[in-house]
Every structure is written in structure tokens, then in C-alpha cells.
Design a binder for this molecule. Structure first.
Ligand SMILES: Cc1cc2nc3c(=O)[nH]c(=O)nc-3n(C[C@H](O)[C@H](O)[C@H](O)COP(=O)(O)OP(=O)(O)OC[C@H]3O[C@@H](n4cnc5c(N)ncnc54)[C@H](O)[C@@H]3O)c2cc1C
Ligand code: SF4
Length: 471
């Protein structure tokens, strides 16, 4: 059933449609509400964390009901899993809050590639420092194993650092379930911005999947969406697409706007070892991070592999794993229709992945693991973007030239490069700026329109006087 949430439209304001309620959509909607009457269209339903206990997960696994990663959405509809042509498993959020609800809570500023284009987001990051609470207070409750791993990384000269987290550690119960949705309201996700926007009058429509942007006379007239079996047209003065790195390119392509085959996804691979009493699943995930050129390494309890990977059929408490997150080549595409993605790792990606894997094996061996016992997790990914990358020419407008004047994109689709790092904070900052530019542009146009109207009225008055005089 579709749900419409919000205070109801305020008449007299121009209408903005924001598609998607994840990092980009929530930040853009919050910024635009007021100048515009904003309606957020979200394909998913209201987010609920996964309710299954670890014991039940282990039972389902034992009964062999978890035979394919894609079945996860039967018990956890907020998580969507797809496969690309090479079997790479792609995970993203499909409910209010988008993928931010599934995040590990990492909060890193990663805007070097945008800065290189001349896009300075200092102001937005400064604001976010007040709006999104970030802390490393989790460090004081690290397990013995995490402390030992941290020391091993230090001794290897890898300069590990505690990961800044968008988590309120007064509320956090160290349950380790961040990527299944925080059951205790401790982790920040974009639903907070969504609530702010709704508090100021924005409307949220859930269960509403946008098919295309309707373009008339070179302008976006609105969007066509599917709500259940119905096809509904939402008229708009401004359209902002924030359906994520996989959703936005598909909408653009269906609307006749070509994207670039430059999909990146930040592939993830866990390198693990048997380690009785690791307690890794009872700790905040990714407690510290080692940042290397082209990849990062961080301790991680890999639920995806734990549930679906045969090599991982061990008690949750008996595995210790290091995650590799790779900055992959910008190469791949999302189809306009269907869910099979075209994404392959290049030879250079595989070379870097092998280098990172060797480093993880070495770190685990230094910890005391027998190298013969090491096993790998499922290759997966959850940071898609890059199919409408910003260029230096877009540095002030943040509006790629192929888009109609009143159609903007505000999500990971705009990122020029794979970050190989957590992107939420950067997407929030970028989406804020996009919304500001769109708002300023609208204000300028309405000012010009007012002036034109004023000039027009003056001309009519003048011509009336002239006619009177002439008669
Ligand atoms: C397991 C996991 C852990 C992660 N951990 C972190 C972390 O710790 N820190 C970090 O920075 N990043 C993390 N990420 C990545 C981060 O969550 C995403 O990169 C980020 O949320 C992307 O923001 P976005 O706005 O581009 O898209 P999303 O947040 O994915 O939002 C897109 C929204 O659009 C909706 N949508 C899609 N298509 C349509 C349509 N046709 N019509 C209407 N709505 C549509 C979707 O349902 C979704 O709600 C993680 C990702 C995963 C998978
Ligand atoms: S560890 Fe548990 S309580 Fe803490 S933020 Fe993660 S999910 Fe929430």
C-alpha cells in the first residue's frame, strides 16, 4: 500500500519532486523545502531493521534456506541484492533512508576528486559537523582482538586510525548489527534529514517507483511513477533525482538522457580466519581503518558471507575478518530496464585486490593465524556511482549540460571517481550544494520573471497612456 506522509501541501509555492530518500535525496529535500513545496517519492517502504536474532539466522543457514543472497529481501525488504555479469553481489537500501540505514556508520570526508574539479564544499562540511554527530568514542570499548589487530597494523607501519562514526555512543549497545539497521536509534541515517524536511511541510510518498522524467519543450514537466498497478504523473517545477548510483542512471536512460558507462561500486572482499572467541559480531563494525592508495582495510564481521557463503559455515563467534574495500575503475553500466548490471573488475582492479589480500594475509599471520587456515568471503559491493560524473565545466552549476535546466541530480551518480572509502558524508555535502544551486537558480529566474512582468505591465500602462494621448 502506498503511504503519503507529511503535513499536506502549502499552496502558492513552486513544486519540487525529489526522487529517493537516501543520503542525497534527504539532504536535498531538507534544503529545498520552504522555497519549494517538496514531495519525496521513495520506491521502498518505511525502513525497519532486520528483526531476526543471530540464533535464527544460524538456523536458517543450517536448514539451507539461505541459498542465494537475493532471498535476503524476503526477511529484510529494506535490503536489495542484485548480481552483475561477473557474479559480483551488489547491496543497496530499498526503503526510507536508502542505503544509509545499512551503513556501518563510518563518516569520512572524501571530496578530493571534487576539489580537483574546483568544487569547494567546505561550507557544507562545516554545517554537517553540527548536524551529524560524529565520534570515535567507540575506541574505549574495543575488544582485545581489535586492540591486538590495531597494534599489528601500527607495527607494520600502516598508520591505522579509529574510524569516525556517525553514532551516538550514549545510546549504542555494541550489538554489532549496524549493517542490518540499528535497533536502538544510535546510528545516524538520512531519515533524520527526512524528518526535518517533513517537519517543515515536505511530503513523502513511499511505495512509489519513478519510471521516467517527463520532458516537454526542453524542460522537466514532472515525473511518471508506478504506485502499485497505477501509473501516476507528478507535475513539478523542479525535479531532483537522488535514486542512488544504480537508480538514477536507470531513470535518466528511460527518460532519453544518456549516461556514461563509468559505473564504480567499491568492491568489498573479506579475508578471514578461524578465531574462537573473536566477538567481532558484538562490536561496532569497522572500528579502525587503514587507508592505502586504492583501497582501505578494516576489521569487519561480514554478515553477507556469514549467511550465504559455504566457506563461512562456522559459529559467528569463531571468525576474525579483515575487510578490503577497493577503489575500482570507472567502468560498467546500469541497464535502463531489468536488474542485471554490467560491471566487471579490470585487470588493474584485480591486481590491486590481490595486493590488498596479500597484505591482509600478512596481518593475520602476524596476529598468529596459520596462513593455511585463511579463507575468503563473498565479493560484494555497496557504493555505486559515477554514471553522470561532474566535470570541471560543471564546477559552479553542478548541473551537467545534458540535463534540462530544471532537472538536477543529487547523489553518488555525480561523483567523478570511485572513492574506495565511505561516501555518505561527501554525498550529503554535495547534495546540499546541488539543492542550493537549484534554489538560487529558481530564485534568480523568478526575480527575472517578476522584472519582466513589471516591465510588461509598465509597457502596457505606457502604451495605454500613449493611446489616450493619441486619441
Ligand atoms: C552494507 C553497507 C554499508 C555501508 N556503510 C557505509 C558507511 O559506514 N559509511 C558510508 O559513508 N557509506 C556506507 N555505505 C554506502 C552508503 O550507504 C551509500 O553509498 C549512500 O547511502 C548512497 O547515497 P545515495 O543518495 O547515492 O543513494 P541511496 O542512499 O542508496 O538512496 C537511494 C534511494 O532511492 C530509492 N530509489 C531507487 N530507485 C528509485 C525509483 N525508481 N523511484 C523512487 N525511489 C527510488 C531507493 O529505494 C533509496 O531509498 C554502505 C553501503 C552498504 C551497502
Ligand atoms: S552497534 Fe548496535 S546499537 Fe550501536 S550503532 Fe550499531 S546497531 Fe546501533
Amino acid at each position: 500500500m502506498t503511504e503519503l506522509q507529511g503535513k499536506g501541501p502549502r499552496p502558492g509555492r513552486p513544486r519540487a519532486i525529489v526522487v529517493g530518500s537516501g543520503a542525497g535525496g534527504a539532504a536535498a529535500a531538507r534544503e529545498l523545502q520552504g522555497t519549494y513545496q517538496v514531495t519525496i517519492l521513495e520506491a521502498g517502504r518505511e525502513f525497519r531493521p532486520l528483526g531476526l536474532s543471530l540464533r535464527w539466522m544460524e538456523r536458517l543457514r543450517k536448514w539451507r534456506l539461505l541459498f542465494d543472497e537475493r532471498v535476503i529481501s524476503l526477511v529484510f525488504p529494506a535490503m536489495r541484492v542484485r548480481r552483475s555479469s561477473e557474479g559480483l553481489v551488489h547491496v543497496n537500501g530499498a526503503a526510507t533512508g536508502g542505503t544509509t540505514t545499512l551503513s556501518a556508520g563510518n563518516a569520512l570526508r572524501m571530496d578530493e576528486s571534487l576539489r580537483a574539479l574546483g568544487i569547494d564544499l567546505d561550507r557544507e562540511f562545516e554545517e554537517l559537523a553540527w548536524e551529524v554527530p560524529v565520534s570515535v568514542a567507540h575506541r574505549r570499548s574495543w575488544s582485545t582482538e581489535t586492540r591486538r589487530l590495531f597494534r599489528v597494523c601500527e607495527e607494520a607501519g600502516l598508520a591505522p586510525r579509529p574510524t569516525p562514526k556517525m553514532i551516538d555512543f550514549d545510546l549504542c549497545r555494541r550489538c554489532g548489527r549496524c549493517v542490518l539497521g540499528c535497533p536502538h536509534g544510535a546510528k545516524w541515517d538520512s531519515r533524520r534529514f527526512l524528518e526535518d524536511a517533513q517537519g517543515r511541510g515536505a511530503q513523502l510518498v513511499t511505495g512509489c517507483s519513478v519510471r521516467k522524467v517527463v520532458i516537454r519543450g526542453g524542460r522537466a514537466a514532472g515525473v511518471r511513477a508506478r504506485i502499485g498497478m497505477r501509473s501516476v504523473f507528478f507535475p513539478a517545477d523542479l525535479v531532483v533525482l537522488s535514486a542512488g548510483g544504480l537508480g538514477t542512471p536507470a531513470i535518466l536512460e528511460r527518460s532519453g538522457i544518456r549516461c556514461e558507462p563509468r559505473l564504480f561500486v567499491d568492491p568489498v572482499l573479506c579475508v578471514a580466519a578461524p578465531w574462537p572467541g573473536s566477538r567481532q559480531h558484538h562490536e561496532v563494525p569497522m572500528p579502525f581503518v587503514v587507508q592505502r592508495p586504492g583501497y582501505i582495510i578494516s576489521p569487519y564481521f561480514d554478515y553477507l558471507s556469514f549467511l550465504f557463503n559455504r566457506r563461512w559455515r562456522r559459529p559467528a563467534d569463531g571468525v576474525l575478518a579483515l575487510m578490503i574495500k577497493l577503489a575500482d575503475s570507472e567502468c560498467g553500466r546500469v541497464p535502463a530496464r531489468g536488474s542485471r548490471l554490467d560491471k566487471r573488475l579490470t585487470a588493474e582492479d584485480r591486481r590491486r585486490l590481490a595486493e590488498a589480500e596479500a597484505l591482509c594475509r600478512d596481518l593475520l599471520a602476524r596476529l598468529g593465524v596459520d596462513p593455511a587456515d585463511i579463507f575468503l568471503g563473498t565479493l560484494n559491493a555497496g557504493h555505486p556511482g559515477g554514471m553522470l560524473p561532474l566535470t570541471a565545466a560543471d564546477a559552479t552549476t553542478l548541473h551537467p549540460a545534458r540535463l534540462p535546466a530544471n532537472l538536477y541530480v543529487a547523489d553518488a551518480t555525480l561523483l567523478p571517481r570511485s572513492l574506495g572509502n565511505p561516501p555518505i558524508l561527501t554525498i550529503l555535502a554535495l547534495a546540499k550544494r546541488v539543492a542550493r544551486v537549484a534554489r538560487a537558480d529558481a530564485e534568480k529566474r523568478s526575480h527575472v520573471a517578476k522584472e519582466l512582468r513589471f516591465d510588461g505591465e509598465a509597457a502596457i500602462r505606457h502604451s495605454g497612456t500613449w493611446r489616450k494621448r493619441a486619441s
